[in-house]
Design a protein around this ligand. Structure first.
Ligand SMILES: [Zn+2]
Length: 487
C-alpha cells in the first residue's frame, strides 16, 4: 500500500513538471520582483524573482532581465498566492443564491491575495454528476477573474454515479468528492453510500471530503427548539452542539480507515472533532483536516446579539476553548488548511429567517480577508510562524488537492501566483471598503496589521494597490491531478 502511494505521488509531480515544461514559453512578457523577502512554506530569504510568461523563471540575488517590468518589493514579503479550497459562489441554497457570483467572488479573493479557489458543485439527487457539472459550467464560464477548480459534491451515490467518478477524475480533473453527513433529503448520503463512494474514489486516485455533522441529531434539536418556540439565532447554535460534529467526524474517520481512501474533513470547528482526528493518528491513519478563519477568531457569544444572523453558518461558531484547540492543532500539523467556507448573503437574504433561525441562509463572507486575518491574528500574535502561514493558506491546499508544485509555492517553473505583502501596514475591515458582494462584514471595524499590496496571477499583475489590472475572463479553470492523501 505504502509503496503504491509513493509512486503515485511521484507520478503526480512528474505530470506537473511536464505540464509546466510545455507551457513555459507561451508568453514573452517579463516581470522582475526586486528587493523583497521571499517566503514559502520552507524558505525565508532575500531574493529577486523573475517571471517569464505565466511562470517563475528564476529566484536569486541581483537578477537582471532586459525589457522586464520591474516591481520594487522593498519591505515586502513575497509569498505564494493563497488557495482557498472551500468557497461557495453563485450557489443555490435555502431558496436563494449565495450573493457573490464567479466574477465578484474571484475578484474579491484577488484583492485579498487569494489567487485560486476551489468551489463546490452540488449534484441534484436523482440526477447525474455530469448534469451538475454542466449546470455549474453555465454559471461559471467566462466570469472568472481568478483561477478556480471544483469539488464534486456527491449527494446520491448509485450504480450510475459510480461510473462517473473515474470520468470526473480522468477527463475533468475533478479529483475531490464532497459528501454531507447532514441535510437529509437534500444533500446527505447514508453510510452505505459513503463507503461505496470511498471505495470507488480510492480506486481512481481521488480524495473524499466531508461535512462531518450528524444530520439526524441536529434535525432532532432543530425540531425540538421550533416546537418550543425557541426561534432566535442562538438556537441555531444550540441545535448543533459539539457532540454532533465529534460523532460524525469519528464515524467518517472510521469509514475512511475501513476503505483506505484519502480523507479530508472540511470546516472543523471543535476540540471534540479534533480528538477523533488525533485518535486516527494514533492508529497510524492520516485524516486531513481543514478549519476556517472564523472558527479561529470568532465565538458563539455573537449569537446572542440582535444581528446574530450574520454569523449563522454550519457548523456554528464555537467556544474559546475550541479556538485554542484549533490554533494548537495548526501548529502541531493536525489541521493542515485554513479556508473560509465563504458563502455570503445580504442582510435582506439573512432576513428570510428573522422569525425562525432554521430559515436563515447559512453562511458568511470571508473570501477577501482570510489571508490578512490569519497573518494579523496568527503570525503577528506569534501563534504561528510565517512559513506555517504559507503552508496552511497555499502549499497544503495545493498538495492535498493535486495542484502542487504548479501552484502553492514560489518555485522555478511554478505558476507565477505571487503576492506582495506589507507586514506592517495597518488597516480596518469594513463592508464600506470590501469588494465582496454583501452589505455587511462579520469583522466590521476590526483592525489588522499586514496588507496585501499586489496580487500577481500567472505572471500578470491582477490587483495593485486596490486597482484591478485584469479583465473578467482572465481566470482559468484548473484541472487537478490525482492525489495520494499524503503531504
Ligand atoms: Zn461549505
Amino acid at each position: 500500500m505504502q509503496l503504491n502511494a509513493w509512486s503515485f505521488a511521484e507520478d503526480n509531480y512528474l505530470f506537473s513538471a511536464f505540464d509546466i515544461a510545455i507551457k513555459q514559453y507561451d508568453h514573452t512578457m517579463g516581470l522582475l520582483i526586486k528587493n523583497g523577502t521571499v517566503v514559502t512554506a520552507a524558505d525565508f530569504h532575500r531574493a529577486d524573482v523573475l517571471i517569464e510568461g505565466e511562470h517563475v523563471k528564476a529566484i536569486g540575488h541581483d537578477l537582471k532581465a532586459d525589457g522586464a517590468e520591474v516591481v520594487d518589493a522593498k519591505g515586502m514579503f513575497v509569498m505564494p498566492g493563497g488557495i482557498d479550497p472551500h468557497v461557495h459562489l453563485d450557489m443555490p441554497f435555502m431558496g436563494t443564491f449565495s450573493s457573490d457570483d464567479y466574477s465578484t467572488g474571484t475578484l474579491a479573493a484577488l484583492h485579498g491575495g487569494t489567487t485560486t479557489v476551489i468551489d463546490f458543485i452540488l449534484q441534484t439527487q436523482g440526477k447525474s454528476l455530469r448534469h451538475a457539472l454542466e449546470t455549474w459550467q453555465g454559471r461559471m464560464n467566462g466570469n472568472l477573474f481568478g483561477d478556480l477548480s471544483w469539488h464534486m459534491a456527491v449527494t446520491d451515490f448509485n450504480d450510475d454515479t459510480k461510473k462517473e467518478v473515474k470520468e470526473m477524475i480522468e477527463q475533468e480533473g475533478i479529483t475531490s468528492f464532497k459528501t454531507f453527513m447532514a441535510y437529509k433529503g437534500a444533500l446527505m448520503i447514508d453510510d452505505r453510500q459513503m463507503v461505496g463512494l470511498m471505495n470507488e474514489v480510492k480506486a481512481h486516485g481521488g480524495i473524499v471530503t466531508v461535512h462531518a455533522t450528524n444530520g439526524d441529531m441536529i434535525d432532532f434539536l432543530v425540531q425540538k427548539h421550533r416546537t418550543e418556540g425557541k426561534l432566535s439565532p442562538l438556537y441555531h447554535y444550540l441545535s448543533q452542539p459539539e457532540i454532533t460534529e465529534a460523532e460524525a467526524t469519528g464515524r467518517f474517520a472510521d469509514m475512511a480507515s475501513y476503505t483506505g481512501v484519502p480523507a479530508y474533513i472540511v470546516h472543523m470547528t471543535c476540540e471534540g472533532a479534533l480528538n477523533h482526528v488525533r485518535e486516527a493518528a494514533r492508529r497510524n491513519q492520516r485524516v486531513l483536516a481543514e478549519t476556517c478563519i472564523q472558527y479561529l477568531l470568532l465565538d458563539a457569544s455573537l449569537y446572542e446579539k440582535p444581528d446574530g444572523a450574520k454569523w449563522v453558518m454550519s457548523p456554528p461558531l464555537r467556544e474559546k476553548k475550541d479556538q485554542a484547540a484549533l490554533w494548537g492543532a495548526i501548529d502541531q500539523g493536525t489541521v493542515q488548511v485554513v479556508a473560509t467556507d465563504h458563502c455570503p448573503f445580504s442582510m435582506e437574504q439573512k432576513a428570510m429567517g428573522k422569525d425562525d433561525f432554521s430559515k436563515i441562509p447559512n453562511g458568511h463572507p470571508a473570501i477577501e480577508h482570510r489571508m490578512e486575518l490569519l497573518f494579523s491574528e496568527g503570525v503577528n500574535k506569534k501563534r504561528i510562524t510565517v512559513n506555517k502561514f504559507v503552508e496552511v493558506t497555499a502549499t497544503n491546499p495545493a498538495k492535498i488537492f493535486g495542484m502542487f508544485p504548479r501552484k502553492g509555492t514560489i518555485g522555478i517553473g511554478s505558476d507565477a501566483d505571487i503576492i506582495l505583502f506589507d507586514p506592517n501596514e495597518k488597516h480596518t475591515l469594513s463592508a464600506k471598503t470590501h469588494h465582496m458582494n454583501t452589505d455587511y462584514s462579520g469583522y466590521e471595524g476590526m483592525q489588522l496589521t499586514g496588507k496585501v499590496k499586489t496580487t500577481i496571477l500567472r505572471g500578470q499583475v491582477a490587483v495593485h494597490n486596490g486597482e484591478v489590472k485584469i479583465k473578467k475572463g482572465y481566470g482559468q479553470f484548473v484541472k487537478r491531478n490525482k492525489v495520494s492523501g499524503m503531504l
